[in-house]
Design a protein around this ligand. Sequence first.
Ligand SMILES: *Cc1c(COP(=O)(O)O)cnc(C)c1O
Length: 398
Amino acid sequence: MEKRNVYLDYSATTPVKDEVLEKMIPYFTQNFGNPSSLYTIGQESKQAIAEAREQVAALIGAEPREIFFTSSGTEADNWAVIEGAESRLKRGNHVISSKIEHHALLHSLEYLEKRGYSVTRLDVDGDGFVSPDALESAITDRTTLISVMYANNEIGTIQPIAEIAGIAKRHGILFHTDAVQALGNLRIDVRALGVDMLSVSAHKIYGPKGIGALYVRKGVLLPSHMHGGAQENKKRAGTENLAGIVGFGKAAELAMRDLDAHVERVGALRDYFVGRVREAIPDVRINGSLERRLPGNANITFEYIEGEALLLLLDLDGISVSTGSACSSASLTPSHVLTALGVPVEMIHGSLRFTIGDFTAKEDIDYTVESLVKNVEKLRSISSVSREKGWHANGDVQ
Ligand SMILES: *Cc1c(COP(=O)(O)O)cnc(C)c1O
């Protein structure tokens, strides 16, 4: 097995595409003017931001003036949920979300709880889906905000957002969705979806890190959470991340142009990978529905082993994968997403997330399967709960 470097963690972040980087570079050096300045190079920067705003808006079917650039998807989530709830406190203090949200959302909800809000976190079924009926039943006359993610970062499942947004609308409740993982993988149309607010981030679609955006439907009240200058139509103060915004715009343009080809190619590679793993390795399970799922995501449990140990052995072979979301990879607490799916804790510990992207080659997949076969075998042979000894992971003799 000749060693190669294989990156299979596109849901954690993506490399910046060459065309994106090329477009960005002049905005660090020649075209560095402050977009708020009145002289020519300032106005050129302002123009570049306007163009990027159009590109990001086009990718989600919004109007440019409904796009507000932020420092990240995390900031967009925090802003939407915290200001969305706080500005409606006169009407009520109840927020509804799900158990499988990203930490940017979950920790914003915890912050709201500390400030006296009550939060309902909806369960998901074994496939990873929120039930629109359960969501409607959770609504009270104190509910002011609902936030349910579009596509999940760990298992890739895609929620019925149009249906959920419709329920929120019927009840006159503000609706937000975290679409960071959905962007570039689904054709998003904010009008057809009927959402009020939607979070996105550049570094998940081959743009730079440190730049995101919040879509806020025109007419929706959302106070600013950063106070200072008049940037972003007085909604989000702070001198703009000019090069970052330009890069986000270019990445959005490419994502829009290449969406169908991306979905088809990446989806085919993922299906090939899952098929080969199932064929070559006994006792594996795929977590989350394989229908309504992001094209590049495969979340797989390898029974009887520790995912962390497997991750490190794969790393020695040059392969980068994740045990769950990048944010929880430093902790040993079992994934809240797999827990919500009802996956038993010992199986969660044997789970890895593989996410495939535009630079993944079929040879990368073949190499990864080869490494998996070797390393899963190795770990199982030294595992005290190995299948060969007739033990199951819960310690019961079968
Ligand atoms: C990556 C991610 C975020 C955070 O975006 P950043 O720009 O990295 O802050 C939020 N939600 C989801 C679903 C993500 O995958």
